[in-house]
Design a binder for this molecule. Structure first.
Ligand code: ADP
Ligand code: MG
Ligand code: ZN
Length: 483
């Protein structure tokens, strides 16, 4: 929403990130996306009576890592609560979550927008266990039948709740992308919205600009499976609310589902007031103390974070902001870039080749930028740097590297791309270039020295760009100047 419209939009997100621990939050089951349904369960995560939860230490450490990364206040004492509700995919009849003593609170995350940097405050971060999954929409499910997969029950989640400080659907999507980058840098979550290990409930309200200071009534939108879907769903909901206000109607507090097919939000018809989770302290888990020595140990394990790495790239490699942003978009690409720089030394050469050739050949997507190893790429650049092949030939080699397992030297050999610098062989070709262009020779000899480049071009053409340009130039000068 821009400043010209009479309405102001307010968005706050509740983000769920599935932690990639080896086992679930309160039992030893190993969970894996795509595993055979109901094969990754035990009495505890199936909610059988008498089974007792044991907290997964790694999950707590992962949550603390995120808290440290967003400069949140980490609780010295944190506790779990039961959040009670009935749903078929929740066999315990409650989620074990955190209510009045979340593991962390008051954090902040900077997001980069076209208009500059904006700080979004994070209200709280807490741990909870995931529910299972009801399956109705799959083609193999019979009509009027629903199936349940309990594998996901008990998988650790962190919930990240922002303050209502995002002002446009685009900002909301940017926030999610920034969180995804951070979660991946921290190596605590795969953060793929498409497969649901990063999920988001988006709360949105609108109010007249500069008018009332009260917040508008908000609705909550769920079920978005991509950044694009979040942006579209919020844009739709923003417009829907504005139209209601324009018609003098009231906005009702509601939970909505994004219908991706129809591109509309649909009411779940659950009255917000009806939510009463009857939270109470989880009797089977003692409160958890987080002492300084544990915290120090986790601090020592913190990786370099995206902003720090980006700033270092600017300082150390003299990169532009835009290039540093690009090369630090993912840990993989940043590692790749640094490895190649260490081997090649020439930052400018590496910069150009990663940016214009490698990224272009994978459609500019930093996510997919490293289909070949840094070692192989460095080997290729080494050939370029030592002028053993021309840049043009190196591009041909790169294309081949992306689809085959062959070594650089092998591709160069097979495609006969070795630089032609043998004086005798080049001499024959230079003779031909001269013989083919008598007019140009005449003009050159009468003083049009700039035609030298034309002749170099001819030699390149005759050798299909394999000629060593320096050697070709030397021989051309000898033969053209010898009258
Ligand atoms: P609830 O109790 O309804 O869950 P909370 O105050 O706990 O509401 O906030 C839940 C989420 O809704 C938070 O992410 C918060 O930023 C967001 N939120 C709160 N008020 C508004 C509002 N007026 N408009 C949009 N989002 C809001
Ligand atoms: Mg809520
Ligand atoms: Zn289990």
């Amino acid at each position: 929403m821009n400043e010209l419209t009479p309405y102001q939009t307010i968005i706050g997100l509740e983000v769920h990130a599935q932690l990639k621990t080896d086992s679930k939050l309160f039992c030893g089951c190993h969970w894996q996306f795509g595993a055979q349904p109901n094969a990754r369960t035990c009495p505890l995560c199936l909610g059988l009576p008498g089974a007792l939860p044991v907290l997964n230490r790694k999950a707590v450490e992962f949550a603390i890592k995120l808290a440290l990364a967003v400069e949140a206040r980490i609780a010295q004492r944190t506790a779990f609560s039961r959040k009670n509700y009935f749903y078929p995919d929740l066999p315990k009849g409650y989620q074990i979550s955190q209510f009045d003593s979340p593991i962390a609170s008051s954090g902040k995350l900077k997001i980069r927008l076209n208009s500059g940097i904006k700080t979004i405050h994070i209200r709280r971060i807490h741990l909870e266990d995931d529910a299972g999954k009801s399956i109705h929409a799959e083609s193999w499910v019979r009509e009027n039948e629903s199936l349940i997969d309990f594998n996901r029950c008990g998988v650790p989640l962190i919930e990240i709740v922002t303050e209502p400080e995002l002002s446009t659907p685009g900002e909301a999507s940017r926030f999610l992308q920034t969180i995804r980058q951070l979660l991946r840098y921290l190596d605590i979550c795969d953060a793929n919205m498409e497969v649901g290990n990063l999920r988001c409930d988006a709360n949105i309200s609108v109010r007249p600009h500069g008018g009332a200071t009260w917040p508008g009534v908000k609705t909550e939108v769920k079920n978005m499976n991509s950044f694009r879907a979040v942006e579209r769903a919020l844009a739709y909901e923003q417009q829907r609310q504005i139209e209601l206000l324009e018609h003098g109607e009231k906005i009702l507090s509601d939970t909505l589902l994004w219908n991706e097919k129809a591109q509309v939000t649909e009411s779940m018809r659950i009255k917000e007031q009806a939510h009463d989770y009857r939270y109470f302290p989880e009797p089977d888990l003692p409160p958890l103390k987080i002492d300084t020595s544990w915290l120090d140990k986790i601090k020592n394990e913190m990786p370099e974070l995206p902003d720090a790495r980006r700033d270092r790239f600017i300082r150390q490699y003299k990169l532009s902001r835009a290039d540093a942003d690009l090369f630090t978009a993912t840990v993989e690409l940043a590692d790749f870039f640094e490895k190649v720089v260490v081997r090649i030394g020439d930052v400018r050469l590496v910069n150009t080749w990663v940016k214009t050739e490698l990224l272009r050949s994978v459609n500019q997507s930093a996510d997919e930028a490293t289909p070949i190893s840094a070692d192989a790429f460095a080997e290729l650049l080494d050939f370029v740097k030592q002028k053993k092949i021309t840049a043009q030939s190196a591009k041909i080699v790169l294309v081949e590297m992306l689809t085959s397992e062959k070594a650089v030297a092998e591709i160069i050999h097979d495609k006969k791309l070795t630089l032609l610098s043998d004086a005798n062989q080049l001499g024959v070709i230079v003779d031909q270039a001269i013989a083919d262009n008598p007019d140009a020779v005449k003009h050159y000899r009468s003083g049009k020295r700039q035609l030298l480049n034309f002749f170099i071009g001819q030699v390149m053409k005759l050798t299909r760009t394999k000629a060593d340009p320096e050697a070709a130039k030397k021989i051309l000068l000898e033969k053209l100047d010898a009258e």
